[in-house]
Ligand binder design. Structure first.
Ligand code: UDP
Length: 369
């Protein structure tokens, strides 16, 4: 392996430190990928906002923490908004650190959905790869992603095909999916638990639809996730006379998976082109079937009738019907799907192939879809 070892810089999201929850699914994606790449023998330097923590250590891992103000996230801006970099923003500082050391590395992988790193790609001799974490929410981001695709198509990758369709790309997109550490999720056989919902509490995640389902069935809905939009959260609560939501908070992965695993189903109700949907796969890793809107990533993760059900977006009746039929789904199917398609090891292999292709190196054949 040592001959094929890559020396890589991974640059974290500037929206919040790793562990804050502000970075959404990107946080777990980075942590899982670092572990997967280390398992494959690669050497990693992580550059991340101050306060970031990883749940493991390794001789192959170095962390550089950078101080600065969080960047605003693109999903809460208007389509035509310009690029904003606040005073003392951590974003340029992360990239100053990258530029200082990048000549000692084979490649850089960027996880921030932001204009600056994409633009920098045009100016640097070190190859900067971008794992694009969102569908298109802004014109200027769409433009720069399309421009990089024209210049260096092999340096862009996406989580799902449906996400990539938001962009004008030169070639067929490189799809790397996502992946999570198998050891962190325990299979739970219990089919009779409560209904669950997980995600950032923000309008694009559509919590209100899952609450309607629980209310119709006169049940509680267990809800995990960071409350990003307090007004939105209390508006949902105030719509229902009875207390339906059981707020479980934003939990670390080990606690989250333990509680999630007790559910009989996870309901996933995005209102945007969800790039992937980490919580869907985390639920499946615990054996929990998922009922989701057929919109963006969920449509590529759920095989209707095998590991959950897909429902037309905004179809509450469809969600209710699927919830009533959930015992038809074998919980073992969900775990099997996860082990085959979405462990951090298979994810890291796909990323390794993407990097090797972009660096014009040999590509390994044994990668699962
Ligand atoms: N999450 C968590 N603890 C919780 C609830 C959620 O760590 O109590 C994490 C979850 O593991 C996932 C992320 O929050 O990685 C949500 O990511 P997802 O891709 O589902 O949506 P995003 O926030 O990126 O839109």
């Amino acid at each position: 392996m040592i001959n094929n070892q890559l020396k890589l810089i991974l640059v974290s999201t500037p929206i919040g430190y790793l562990g804050s929850g502000k970075g959404g699914g990107v946080e777990l994606t980075i942590i899982s990928l670092i572990k997967g790449l280390i398992l494959l023998g690669h050497k990693i330097t992580l550059i991340a906002p101050k306060g970031s923590k990883l749940p493991f250590e390794s001789e192959l891992l170095q962390i550089r923490l950078i101080d600065g103000i969080d960047q605003p996230s693109w999903q809460h801006q208007k389509k035509t908004d310009p690029v904003v970099i606040p005073s003392n923003s951590v974003l340029p500082r992360l990239w100053e650190e990258v530029l200082d050391i990048s000549n000692q590395f084979d490649a850089v992988i960027n996880f921030s959905y932001d204009w600056l790193p994409l633009w920098l790609t045009k100016t640097q001799s070190t190859k900067i790869f971008h794992l694009i974490s969102m569908g298109s929410e802004s014109l200027i981001m769409k433009e720069i992603i399309s421009e990089i695709s024209q210049l260096v198509p092999s340096q862009l990758a996406f989580h799902t095909k449906r996400q990539s369709k938001d962009y004008l790309l030169k070639n067929d997109p490189i799809i790397v999916g996502n992946g999570f550490d198998k050891e962190n999720y325990l299979f739970n056989e219990n089919m009779n638990g409560p209904l669950g919902w997980a995600g950032r509490i923000a309008p694009e995640k559509g919590l209100e639809d899952a609450v309607k389902v629980a209310s119709h069935l006169s049940e509680k809905l267990l809800v995990w996730g960071l409350i990003e939009d307090k007004e939105y959260a209390s508006k949902i609560e105030n719509t229902f006379e009875i207390e339906i939501i059981d707020w479980r908070g934003f939990l670390p992965t080990n606690k989250f998976q333990e509680e999630l695993g007790r559910c009989r189903a996870l309901i996933n109700t995005p209102k945007w082109n969800e790039a992937y949907g980490n919580v869907i796969v985390e639920a499946m890793a615990c054996g929990v079937p998922v009922i989701a809107y057929d919109l963006g990533g969920p449509g590529e993760l759920i095989e209707d009738g095998f590991n959950g059900f897909l429902v037309r977006p905004n179809d509450i009746e469809g969600l209710i019907k699927a919830t009533k039929s959930i015992s038809e789904i074998k919980r073992k199917n969900c775990r099997d799907w996860f082990e085959k398609k979405a462990t951090n090891k298979v994810f890291a292999k796909r990323v390794e192939n993407w990097l090797n292709k972009g660096l014009n190196k040999k590509i390994s054949a044994d990668v699962q879809d």
